[in-house]
Design a protein around this ligand. Structure first.
Ligand code: FAD
Ligand code: MLT
Ligand code: ZN
Length: 476
């Protein structure tokens, strides 16, 4: 059903002409995702600039029974920010809400609006002599609101935790337009249920996050980065245990990549080259950091790697000797997402299993896939230190796109069944969006699903907040 001219006029009264996008050409970028894997239609894109404007828009939508799809930087990888095909939904973009409201150095917190780009937040923290540690490949365009709504992870979770662990308070516009001001920068508050955790990771299905109080950390002044060749995922498990024992909290990142993943980057991402003379089956990217300037981190890494060579966990290694070399090593890791896009259709996964189970999971799942779908290219990499693998699948070389697409569901089932048998999660960091609600209903504990539905119905009884996301349509 098209929106009435009166409704559109009321929205314009709230946000002004600059806050409404109706031109189809200008709307296009809000209606498809970063990979162009999901497309939708919307009746309107609305861009409020303040919490009060968000509240007024949501109230109008509530009263007119218009569904709302919140959107930040639109970098999500499972279609959560893309409206459905009906053309009746309203996309609510938070990108004009980009104020850093306050930095409280004594409390070690920053209060920030939902539309602030993650990199701008990192830079603001750095200018204040602090660190905001969340870090991920899309940090130049994803927003704090999207990071909160997906409980984003990334490459520093090992040391600092994911977005949930970095959050002390939230401001949220509820589905009926009321504003919940939970912007308390408290580290301790046991006055009943901790409501912010309902909204973190809820993917826009319970309300609109408009601002947050986030934790700051001491700035780090020393860094060492190593690129390490490994014979197997088991060697990575052994290595991470050893390095963690040696370096404790100085270990801030431990990423693992298969040769296939690195080959895609070498082929498709300009300026990347193999840092080692020979190809190897697996690699780890290890990062140590310290708050002390000139801390002897490279020596510490050398000590750790020396022991690992003796144990035959490591086949070869290079330690970056300057910032440019470290950035080049990270480019090999961060380039995988983009590189895989050049290899035709792919299936993205962000599963997690206990770190100790990663080698067995990879071995069994690789074997099952190659038996059932010969030739599929397994692009396995990820945040090894968190037990989080991007176990992505690209179509077999020379196969038609359509043939691969017809097998997608069956391939996903093999991977999710295997994840489940290892007591894992089918989504460790990207969320369910519109890609995985049915899989969640199949693989998540039915009681957990029932409790989630109860929360959804309590907060959003009309089902207007991001319908079809997290819960498949009709299963809310
Ligand atoms: P969007 O994509 O706009 O939205 C994501 C979800 O949040 C949607 O469901 C949307 O409705 C909801 N939402 C957005 N803003 C709000 C709000 N203010 N209130 C309520 N709901 C809202 N993710 C990781 O966790 N770790 C990684 O390492 C990682 N690496 C990536 C690398 C690349 C190259 C890319 C493209 C993506 C990567 N991602 C990663 C995924 C993505 O960047 C994150 O999910 C990010 O947190 C999304 O932020 P966004 O602002 O783009 O959100
Ligand atoms: C990453 O860690 O690079 C992303 O979360 C994974 C992806 O793009 O699939
Ligand atoms: Zn990731």
């Amino acid at each position: 059903m098209a929106l009435s001219p009166e409704f559109i006029h009321s929205i314009e009264q709230v946000v002004g002409a600059a806050g409404v996008v109706r031109d189809p050409a200008l709307m296009a970028s809000y209606l498809t995702d970063w990979r162009n894997a999901y497309q939708g239609q919307a009746a309107l894109v609305v861009r409020p600039a303040t919490t009060e404007e968000v509240a007024a828009v949501v109230r109008l939508c509530h009263d007119a029974r218009v569904a709302v799809v919140p959107q930040g930087g639109n970098t999500g990888l499972c279609g959560g920010s893309i409206p459905d095909a009906s053309g009746t939904e309203l996309v609510l973009s938070l990108t004009r809400m980009k104020r850093i409201r306050d930095i409280d150095l004594a409390n070690e917190t920053v209060t920030v609006e939902a539309g602030v780009i993650l990199r701008q937040l990192q830079e603001a923290a750095s200018e204040a002599g602090r660190l905001f540690p969340l870090s991920l490949g899309a940090e130049g365009s994803c927003t704090v609101g999207g990071n909160l709504a997906t409980n984003a992870g990334g490459t520093a979770v090992l040391r600092y935790g994911n977005m949930r662990e970095l959050t002390l308070g939230l401001e949220v516009v509820l589905p009926d337009g009321r504003i919940w001001n939970g912007l308390r920068g408290l580290r301790k508050d046991n006055t009943g249920y901790d409501l912010k955790h309902w909204f973190i990771g809820s993917e826009g299905t319970l309300g609109i996050i408009t601002a947050a109080v986030l934790k700051l950390f001491p700035a780090t002044h020393s860094k060492a980065t190593a690129w390490v060749a490994l014979p197997s995922p088991q060697a990575a498990v052994d290595l991470i245990g050893h390095v963690r024992g040696l370096c404790a909290d100085r270990l801030t990142g431990f990423e693992m990549m298969s040769r296939q993943s690195v080959e895609f980057v070498l082929e498709h991402v300009a300026g990347c080259s193999d840092p080692l003379a020979e190809p190897h089956p697996w690699y780890a990217l290890i990062e140590l950091r310290d708050t002390v300037p000139d801390a002897p981190l490279a020596q510490l890494l050398e000590t750790g790697l020396g022991h690992a060579f003796e144990k035959a966990w490591v086949l070869d290694a290079v330690i970056a000797s300057n910032h440019a070399q470290a950035a080049a090593l990270w480019a090999l890791r961060e380039g995988i997402s983009e590189a895989q896009n050049h290899e035709g259709p792919s299936l993205k996964h962000d599963i997690s299993v206990p770190v100790s189970q990663i080698p067995a999971f990879i071995e069994h799942t690789d074997r099952a896939l190659q038996d059932q779908f010969p030739g599929v290219r397994i692009v396995s990499y990820g945040h090894m230190g968190d037990g989080n693998l991007h176990y992505n699948i690209s179509k077999p070389l020379g196969h038609a796109d359509a043939a691969f697409k017809s097998q997608e569901q069956a391939i996903m089932n093999v991977i999710y069944r295997m994840t489940s048998s290892y007591n894992g999660s089918i989504s460790a960091e990207h969320g369910l969006g519109q890609a995985k609600p049915r899989a969640a209903a199949q693989f998540k504990d039915p009681l957990e699903m029932e409790l989630m539905r109860a929360i959804k119905r309590t907060l959003d009884p009309l089902g207007l907040m991001n319908p079809g996301k997290v819960f498949a349509a009709g299963l809310e």
